[in-house]
Design a protein around this ligand. Structure first.
Ligand SMILES: Nc1ncnc2c1ncn2[C@@H]1O[C@H](COP(=O)(O)OP(=O)(O)OP(=O)(O)O)[C@@H](O)[C@H]1O
Length: 250
């Protein structure tokens, strides 16, 4: 039996999340999917410890997140919010270096590796205010990676990336999980992307966990009908799945 790294135990926040239980193991990519307002951001923020639950607990290695020292938590859990705010203008490299804050070091190697992983070498010295939305999103992701957290939690990291960067980020996240043993949790709206990226999917609906399991189970046509109210089926081979909506639902 795998030891879960992150665990939600009857996790609740007012009406926004209504008692979710799940275990998130290291070495896997977990996608959180569901309709607008389902509670995806709320769940990932509770798992990152940036929101306090009103019920239940978020645990890391069996320890309540709220009992962990914020700095220790920041070393273990790297969180990318849906709409990150950049408080002041710095170069891309300096912003990525902030990922080392929780470690209290200024090691260059993880910063360089994170810049390279996000294809940012040529932009490293540019002020972030001069970068495009997608470039800035890659800088903020690189800041998370530079912290070398054991858990990477990212809320819609693909949203502003073009196709090539989506593909390379998907590959990178899978490598982080499968080769470096990290727990990777991403909120993903694109269900084809989620199917091809994730080892497990949490399908949320109305603050509850509707289904959980491998993508072919959690994102089955029956579950998509129940949660999104659309008729759809999957085309393609494993690893290259494409969701096809029935005529009238597109
Ligand atoms: N600060 C808040 N105060 C009150 N209600 C909130 C707050 N933030 C979110 N909500 C509500 O909680 C519910 C869940 O929101 P959440 O952002 O977790 O959904 P989501 O699944 O991430 O949605 P989306 O796909 O639209 O980003 C929604 O009904 C939302 O309106």
């Amino acid at each position: 039996m795998e030891t879960p790294m992150l665990e939600a135990h009857k996790l609740a926040l007012n009406h926004r999340l209504r008692g979710v239980c799940t275990k998130i193991a290291a070495g896997r990519v977990t996608a959180i999917c569901g309709p607008n307002g389902a509670g995806k951001s709320t769940l990932i923020r509770l798992l990152a410890g940036v929101l306090e639950p009103t019920g239940g607990e978020a645990l890391m290695d069996g320890v309540r997140l709220r009992d962990m020292h914020p700095r220790a938590r920041a070393r273990e859990v790297g969180y990318l919010p849906q709409e990150p705010q950049i408080a002041w203008d710095v170069s891309a490299r300096n912003l990525v270096s902030l990922g080392r804050l929780a470690h209290g070091d200024a090691r260059r190697e993880p910063v360089d590796a994170a810049l390279a992983a996000m294809g940012l070498e040529a932009l490293a010295d540019r002020p972030v205010s001069t970068l495009s939305g997608g470039e800035r999103a890659r800088v903020l992701l690189a800041r998370v990676l530079a912290g070398e957290p054991r858990c990477i939690l990212a809320d819609e990291p693909f949203a502003s990336l073009d196709l090539a960067y989506q593909a390379s980020l998907a590959q990178h996240l899978r490598t982080q999980a499968h080769e470096h043993g990290r727990a990777v949790v991403v909120v993903v709206h694109g269900l084809s992307l989620a199917h091809n990226l994730a080892d497990r999917v949490l399908l949320l609906n109305d603050g509850l966990l509707h289904a959980e399991g491998p993508p072919e189970y959690a994102l089955s046509p029956e579950n998509l009908r129940a949660v999104f109210g659309v008729e759809a089926h999957w085309l393609g081979e494993p690893g290259a799945k494409v969701l096809s909506l029935a005529a009238g639902d597109a």
